[in-house]
Design a protein around this ligand. Structure first.
Ligand code: PLP
Length: 358
């Protein structure tokens, strides 16, 4: 079966097999990775290896912290608001879907916010034209969501915010293609979807941005404390961190971000061509310039046929295609772990279904 679920996680099969093989006895520990101390040599090495691999795969410059945290992207957005700005500073937001709105809600209690642009009026089917963004001069940061998982809207370039640090939630497009980390103040996201099981969130933070917020924070909310303690200020999610490490090794073996980007571009092109070439049977409402390579929502002529599509697809081994309840329809999530053969199987199924039901 091919898993088109939006997550929590969709992981490469070889990684899942390795986890299964090592579950009872990990390395030379005679115990499971879940049972050994996070301060012991074996786990500390495993954690450091994952950080090294992530830094190498994303070419993270030395002046960035890489933090491994808990609470998902949602908690992290709230922590970033507390850590990156004083309460009287303004953060700008560009909203292109549900998750940008949610980040705004989580950040709003901790600083001043300005919605510089929003695609809401257009049903989140594109990126508001750059010329219309009402940016705040000297803002603490500009927050946006490079890939909106539910609406299927993705930036294929990096917006220019001048000297204002960009803070980007890359939960659903982490390492899906090469990205110039040095253009960002912060890249963050839940590790689930592209990088590992849920339970782990990752923040790549330019070092000079931390410790300037002027607030008294509980020590556990102070990201500098995590940075100073190699993300082990408290017990980290060790199992998720270990699986992340395996996914990163798989990514390296597959050719890294460049190879992923090429593969993901081909996968998306194949699927959108099937939608656009269906004579209107399938329909994706997103501006072609902003179509996501990771999450592809589409609709059939009516709900009855969508229901039949989902049922037959599942029986054919094409899983997890139901659209998010906020937008309905179908959604094919085609993260890094989805092979090209999986997308081809979906495309073939779509053609056959349209022939029989058009
Ligand atoms: N941001 C994006 C882009 C997402 O896709 C998701 C989850 O799907 C989230 C944030 C929420 O992440 P979490 O559940 O880890 O808080």
């Amino acid at each position: 079966a091919y898993n088109f679920s939006a997550g929590p996680a969709v992981l490469p099969e070889p990684v899942l097999r390795q986890v299964q093989a090592e579950l009872l006895e990990w390395r030379d520990e005679r115990a499971s990775v879940m049972e050994v101390s996070h301060r012991g040599k074996a786990f500390v090495e495993c954690a450091a290896e994952a950080e090294r691999d992530l830094r190498e795969l994303m070419a993270v410059p030395d002046d960035y912290h890489v933090l491994f945290l808990q609470g998902g992207a949602t908690t992290l957005s709230a922590l970033l608001a507390l850590n990156l700005a004083r309460a009287d500073q303004t953060a700008d937001f560009v909203l292109t879907g549900h998750w940008g709105e949610k980040a705004l809600d989580n950040m709003k209690p901790s600083l001043q916010v300005n919605v510089a642009a929003s695609g809401k009026a257009g049903g989140y089917t594109g990126i508001p034209p750059r010329g219309d963004w009402a940016l705040t001069p000297g803002a603490a940061f500009l927050h946006y969501t490079p890939n909106e998982t539910i609406h299927g809207v993705e930036f294929h370039d990096i917006p220019d915010a001048g000297d204002v640090p960009l803070v980007a939630d890359v939960s659903s497009n982490f390492l899906s293609a090469p990205l110039d980390v040095s253009r960002f103040g912060v890249l963050y996201g839940g590790a689930q979807k592209n990088l590992g099981p849920s339970g782990l969130a990752i923040a790549i933070v330019r070092k000079d941005l931390l410790g300037r917020h002027g607030r008294e924070l509980p020590p556990i909310f102070e990201l500098l404390n995590q940075a100073k303690n190699d993300s082990m200020f408290n017990t980290p999610p060790t199992f998720a961190w270990y699986v992340l490490g395996l996914v990163l090794k798989w990514l390296r073996a597959e050719g890294g971000a460049a190879a992923m980007g090429e593969r993901n571009r081909r996968k998306a092109a194949n699927l959108y061509a099937a939608i656009d070439g269906s004579g209107g049977f399938y329909r994706n409402p997103v501006d072609p310039a902003a179509r996501s390579w990771m999450n592809v929502p589409f609709f059939l002529p009516d709900e009855a046929r969508e229901k039949a599509f989902l049922k037959e697809a599942d029986a054919a081994g094409l899983l997890g295609l139901k659209g998010h309840r906020a937008v309905g329809g179908i959604r094919a999530s085609i993260y890094n772990a989805m092979p090209e053969a999986g997308v081809q199987a979906l495309v073939d199924f779509m053609a056959d279904f349209a022939r029989r039901n058009g």
